[in-house]
Design a protein around this ligand. Sequence first.
Ligand SMILES: Cc1cc2nc3c(=O)[nH]c(=O)nc-3n(C[C@H](O)[C@H](O)[C@H](O)COP(=O)(O)O)c2cc1C
Length: 168
Amino acid sequence: MDAIFNRRSIRRYKKQAVENDKIEKLLRAAMQAPSAANQQPWEFIVVQNKGGLERLAGISAYSKMVADAPLAIVLLGNEERMRLQVHWEQDMAAATQNILLEAVHLGLGGVWLGVAPMQDRMELISDLYGLKSKLRPFCVIPIGYPEEGQDHKFVDRYDPDRVHYEIY
Ligand SMILES: Cc1cc2nc3c(=O)[nH]c(=O)nc-3n(C[C@H](O)[C@H](O)[C@H](O)COP(=O)(O)O)c2cc1C
């Protein structure tokens, strides 16, 4: 699948807005992810407002690009949907990767900005949106059309030394 091999973190974007039908496709991709006991703990905040994007950019020193993105999606885990709480981050990670791969397929690019399990970043997002404590911020994904020179391109990371057949 080309999207898996060519996907790269894209941190600079054209000003061009992301079309609503593409935003829905990104969210549909997220919700197709596998999850423990099919618990699907995810919820999403779609942010396109310039002020909202600028505020999100402040969650860490490594999130500044959000201010100049046309779109960001905040992924939340809802405790009320967690039958197997211990797996919530794995479920959310699968949804995150689906968004990043669908973005490549749609000609877009994004980057996974880590939030959970860092309490300070989780609290900043909870405060920003006034979230109830049952909602756990997991990550933020700024998304847009990649700026020139920010293309998705293959880097070969295959390392046969990491592969062990039958015995280690
Ligand atoms: C859990 C996680 C947290 C990350 N947090 C950040 C971040 O805060 N800021 C950032 O610019 N990139 C972040 N990244 C992106 C990684 O830096 C990137 O995936 C890695 O350098 C490999 O590059 P590639 O995505 O282009 O293949 C994160 C990735 C993961 C999986």
